[in-house]
Design a protein around this ligand. Structure first.
Ligand code: P1T
Length: 382
């Protein structure tokens, strides 16, 4: 199956009892047994639930994986991958990450003896030079949140595996989605999503996903999902499955509108730097072009007036865009990373990496381009 067909049919089958085209919402915690241990494959919904199972099959299919797992949030999915490690193990990751991921690495797992190195993934040598005999995991986010840096998944994976085939490469594919890039096909071992974002697509659920084609790793992830318990519920699983079925058409429009917004901002007299991997001037444009089908719907920028007041004035005047955390829904959102999504990063780290008060991040939705551009223009002139 090709990708657009997969989003609708991949890993899916009609429900057997009635032919129901969509899986029913099996809103149950438990399942009747005829004798102790004798059941129909389902014992307790933390372990298995048919609606979640249908979604997990779809998750696996769209990322070209053999196994998919649905969690109660994106962070719960990241937590699951990190729990495969042991005290003393090391992780090499990027210097621009979602604030919650950074917080989990530094505030949750560091105290259990994991060590994290944050490097600029632009240069593959930065990654390989950070590898020690204790390195067990490379955590890539590409494009990064919020500075839209691009890491070369295929080349980094090759370089890492040539040093040590046992090091796992994980990719947070939230910003790109499998419509734009498929990390497992590029050699990665596991893909993670905040399915809260583009996979769900409608800002109506919080969910995480893991996909892999490594059967041994899948066994570990499944055990942790069951034993730690951060599973996605049946209703949310149904919503996410419905969302995935339109991923390709939504992404196409997100990309078109993202391009229009990026170009509009780049030509606007009030706007300074624009961060968008589809610009030839982007430092990783060539990698983005090679690795991604298009450039997505996320755009970050700075105002020429770099004061916090100017950024806040813009964000208080947008009308079609909504000022809110999150991204990837059909509606356009704007975010101030320094005070919202990335506030958990210590100020000195934030500033060193470029998350200043003048930085604004847009999640460009699928509304009419004209309405989006005129809204931005009036807010920029406010
Ligand atoms: O919010 P949650 O579903 O737990 O996912 C966490 C997460 C992980 N990875 C990336 C790249 C993310 O962007 C996120 C969540 N991000 C936001 C809420 C945000 O507005 O950036």
């Amino acid at each position: 199956m090709k990708f657009n067909t997969k989003t609708i049919h991949g890993g899916q089958k009609h429900e057997e009892a009635t032919g129901s085209v969509m899986p029913p919402i099996f809103q149950t915690s438990t399942y009747a047994q005829s004798s102790p241990g004798v059941h129909k494959g389902y014992e307790y919904s933390r372990g298995e639930n048919p609606t979640r199972h249908a979604l997990e099959n779809a998750f696996a299919s769209i990322e070209n994986g053999t196994h998919g797992f649905a969690f109660s949030s994106g962070l719960a999915a990241i937590d699951c991958v990190l729990r495969t490690l042991n005290p003393g193990d090391e992780v090499v990751t990027g210097d621009d990450l979602y604030g919650g991921t950074y917080r989990m690495f530094t505030k949750m797992f560091q105290k259990y003896g994991l060590k994290f190195q944050f490097v600029d993934m632009n240069e593959i040598d930065n990654v390989t030079n950070a590898i020690s005999k204790n390195t067990k995991l490379i955590w890539l986010e590409t494009p990064t949140n919020p500075l839209m840096k691009i890491a070369d998944i295929e080349e980094i994976t090759k370089a890492v595996k040539s040093k040590n085939t046992n090091i796992l490469v994980a990719v947070d594919n939230t910003f790109a989605t499998p419509y734009l890039q498929q990390p497992l096909t590029l050699g990665a071992d596991v893909v993670m999503h905040s399915a809260t974002k583009y996979l769900g697509g409608h800002s109506d659920l919080v969910m995480g996903a893991l996909m892999t084609n490594n059967a041994e790793l899948a066994k570990q992830l499944h055990f942790i999902q069951f034993a730690a318990g951060a599973i996605a519920g049946p209703m949310d699983s149904f919503l996410a499955l419905r969302g995935i079925k339109t991923l390709h058409v939504r992404m196409q429009r997100h990309c078109e509108n993202g391009k229009a917004v990026a170009q509009f901002l780049a030509n606007h007299e009030k706007v300074g730097e624009v961060y968008y991997p589809g610009f030839k001037a982007h430092p990783n444009y060539e990698v983005a072009k090679k690795q991604m089908k298009d450039f997505g719907g996320m755009v970050s920028f700075r105002l020429k007036d770099e004061s916090k007041e100017a950024a806040f004035r813009f964000l208080e005047h947008i009308k079609v865009f909504t000022l809110a955390e999150s991204l990837g829904g059909v509606e356009s959102l704007a975010n101030h990373p320094a005070t919202m999504t990335h506030a958990s990063i210590p100020e000195t780290e934030r500033l060193k990496n470029g998350i200043t008060d003048s930085l604004i991040r847009l999640s460009v939705g699928i509304e009419d381009e004209e309405d989006l551009l005129s809204d931005l223009d009036q807010a920029l002139r406010s």
